[in-house]
Write a protein that binds this ligand. Structure first.
Ligand code: NAP
Ligand code: HSE
Length: 418
């Protein structure tokens, strides 16, 4: 099997090494040898693995126009030009394996159609959960189920940051800086910390689990930048752990509830023990019950494990994925949750009653209100609501923010229901 590799960064280098290391056993299982014929890169002066010697090219057509190459592995990242190369490869009748969640989340529907028209496969196991098998189990092993709900920790960088904040008592910025220095977080960590990476992965999972197509930008997404060490401490005092959760569910009216949001989860929730760069996904099916997928959601060799398995699967692939309908999205304002709200207000008589009055007018009932401490003329107030309508919470927060007595609303975190 002759492969054209597009990209030789973290994942591409892992793919080259894994095929070299396990070449013999892969050949035995597959009945043929995988040979990486050419490798596309951009930077002419970067030092490469010796395994890439004699294979490097800077011209995509050297790979796309090569009649001998029957599988293209796209591990360049970003939407463009990866999308254009994948389209061209499929049109040329080449199978495509990709780890690119941005391309699959935004264009997967058309690409799958294009692959079907050209009688080739488009496989993307590494696009969600790195080395964790989740795409194939959803497409095949769990295919007989009606899936009720998926919830997961889909981003390794943010889970690492939240874990370090909790275990070392550090603030977000400090941990992010350490993570960048150690090479865990990207130089531009926006997509991770703002939750966009998790939203792309959630969009892919919703399509497979519920057969409903949803663009990632339509998913209500809130990242973890605002979370402080006080939030982590208060969550612990209350018996919770804060995790960035990606959530999807289809309601009784067939509308899709899908969001990415920090959530305070109970310590006995299996997602609570998922630490560092690890990912985990809980899938609830009507026949199988709850199933959990856990493992390394990123990194050179775990991701290469999923990519190389896809290359091997190209020839044996039997499940044809049919088209799916576009999801009717449940607006975030119509979802319900308990909420944790931390705000800074001036320490004056009557402040608390104004805040609780606004919440009361919106029909939001409070589970607890605590003044956590006085900082000069201001005080930190932590409120936890009973289950409330998110739209009413947003309206109340707007009014509370406008109170003269309130300096800032620092954190708004969903709280897991009992
Ligand atoms: P990376 O380290 O930044 O590597 C990207 C590679 O693609 C580099 O070799 C780069 O060339 C090449 N490249 C980028 N744009 C190019 C262009 N226009 N023309 C030619 N070559 C180009 O990225 P990565 O971390 O390996 O990630 C690759 C993909 O896997 C992304 O879609 C990512 O989201 C996904 N993924 C990554 C992980 C992970 O743990 N890293 C896990 C799961 C999925 P140069 O070497 O010349 O710069
Ligand atoms: N930036 C991603 C993460 C890489 O931190 O999970 C794996 O998709």
């Amino acid at each position: 099997m002759k492969v054209g590799l597009m990209g030789l960064g973290t994942v591409g280098t892992g793919v080259v090494h894994l095929i070299d290391q396990n070449g013999e056993s892969i050949e035995k299982k597959l009945g043929e040898k995988i040979e990486i014929k050419k490798i596309l890169v951009k930077n002419p002066i970067k030092k490469r693995t010796p395994l890439a010697e004699g294979k490097i090219t800077f011209n995509p057509d050297d790979i796309l126009e090569d009649e001998e190459i029957d599988v293209i592995v796209e591990v360049m990242g970003k939407e463009h030009p990866a999308l254009e190369y994948i389209v061209k490869a499929l049109e040329k009748g080449k199978h495509v394996v990709t780890a690119n969640k941005e391309v699959i989340a935004k264009h997967g529907k058309e690409l799958i159609k294009l692959a079907r028209q050209n009688k080739v496969h488009l496989l993307y196991e590494a696009s969600v959960g790195g080395g964790i098998p989740i795409i194939r189990p959803l497409k095949q092993c769990l295919a007989a189920n009606k899936i009720y709900e998926i919830k997961g920790i889909l981003n390794g960088t943010t889970n690492y940051i939240l874990t370090e904040m909790k275990e070392k008592g550090l603030d977000f910025e400090e941990v992010l800086k350490n993570a960048q220095e150690k090479g865990y977080a990207e130089a531009d960590p926006t997509d991770d910390v703002e939750g966009f990476d998790a939203a792309r992965k959630l969009a892919i999972l919703c399509t497979l689990a519920f057969n409903k197509f949803i663009l990632p930008e339509k998913i209500y997404t809130k990242g973890i930048k605002f979370i402080s060490k006080s939030d982590i401490k208060y969550a612990q005092e209350l018996g919770y752990t804060i995790k960035l959760i990606a959530y999807g569910k289809v309601d009784e009216k067939d509308r899709l509830e899908a969001w990415v949001h920090p959530v305070m989860i109970k310590k006995d929730n299996p997602l609570s023990g998922v630490k560092g760069v690890f990912n985990a996904i809980l899938v609830d099916g009507n026949a199988v019950g709850e199933v959990m997928f856990y493992g390394q959601g990123a990194g050179m060799m775990p991701t290469a494990s999923a990519v190389v398995a896809d290359i091997m699967d190209v020839k044996n692939h039997i499940v044809i994925q049919n088209g799916c309908e576009e999801a009717e999205l449940l607006p975030i304002v119509d979802t319900v949750s308990k909420y944790y709200i931390r705000l800074i207000a001036f320490d004056r008589p009557g402040v608390m009653s104004k805040i609780t009055g606004i919440l009361g007018e919106k029909g939001i009932s409070l589970l607890s209100v605590v003044q956590k401490g006085v900082l000069g003329q201001t005080a930190e107030i932590v409120l936890i609501t009973h289950i409330a309508n998110t739209g009413k919470i947003f309206e109340a927060l707007k009014e509370i923010q406008n109170l003269q007595e309130v300096e800032s609303i620092e954190s708004v975190i969903r709280v897991e229901e009992e």
